[in-house]
Write a protein that binds this ligand. Sequence first.
Ligand SMILES: C[S@@+](CC[C@H](N)C(=O)[O-])C[C@H]1O[C@@H](n2cnc3c(N)ncnc32)[C@H](O)[C@@H]1O
Length: 367
Amino acid sequence: MKHKSSSYTEELKRLSALRNLDKIRTGVNSLYYRVVKTHTDRDGLGNFPVNGQSFRINKEYLLSEFSQIQEAHSIERAKYYIKRLIKSLNEIRLGKLNDINLNRWKEYNDIVTDSLWEIDKRDRSGTHTAGYWGNFVPQIPNQLLRRYTKKNDWVLDAFLGSGTTLIECKKLGRNGIGVELQPSIARKAQQAIDKENSEIPMRCPVIVGDSKQLNLSQEIKKYGTSSVQFVLLHPPYWDIIKFSNNDSDLSNSKTINDFLSDFGKVVDNCSKILDQGRYLAVVIGDKYSDGNWIPLGFYTMQEVLNRNYSLKSIIVKNFKQTKAKRGQERLWRYRALVGGFYVFKHEYIFLFKKIVPINSLSSKLQK
Ligand SMILES: C[S@@+](CC[C@H](N)C(=O)[O-])C[C@H]1O[C@@H](n2cnc3c(N)ncnc32)[C@H](O)[C@@H]1O
């Protein structure tokens, strides 16, 4: 590699000592074209030594930083941008709960921070398959894991289904535990997870069991951890899809109150092993019954809020055709016009943070 970060840094330092804005611009311009012509390094610029590690830098990011310096209207502003760039090239400032380098936050264009998620195509890379009725798109766990976990953290998915979350864990270098009630589905999920490649060996076991009752502390100890750092819950949307004939299956709950009470039991069970200050996400949609909209999303949100959690975000995600409704769009449009309702086109991702119980806070204060 011809141009290492040290040479960029040294040149930037030299430029920031100049007293003439035009000279700074000319110097930055030559750095700009040096980067543009780095053809040998297609993914970005390599071998930047930071904190004793070597890491890559995104070419577009570097070019946009150079442009900003060139467009600065005053010498003070140009020097401020140079100083900031030197810092971002030489220091890593990781997020508290993730591995996002905040000094280079502009590089993370693919991390969504808006509350409206429009995902038009399912990620079909690796061992993901779209075959399991009721699965979610891999982009959901992918986004959440990158925001709320670090490499080597432990993730729990208590309604694993086809294993989407654990496949993403493996790809992203996170450990994961999945719980699935149906043995045959759990087996298939484990096979898909095992086949997925990962840069470093990750532990991603699938446990067959009822997430309301399973002794999770005992289970996760077998894999060498005593807690998890993120919980992802994608429960049945009550009885919209009947997943099995098992009475413990949440899709077989007899009434909405039974469904919510069972869902609450799963939250309680998972909370026992989730670290304080860490996040829990619920992915769920609403349903219609006898012509009435049943807001399952907000009901389940309230179940979580009845416990020791604070609400951090409500994300609305677009909802593409399901297998059930494929080819029936015109019929649903007609039904909507006749019945005076709207056709579901969205579902929710609720994000919660586990907080210290108020009782234990006040007892600590009294001591
Ligand atoms: C909506 S699906 C999850 C799909 C998953 N996110 C995926 O991408 O494949 C819900 C899953 O929860 C399972 N399930 C239902 N009740 C359960 C329970 N009490 N304990 C564990 N799993 C349960 C169902 O068998 C089903 O596979």
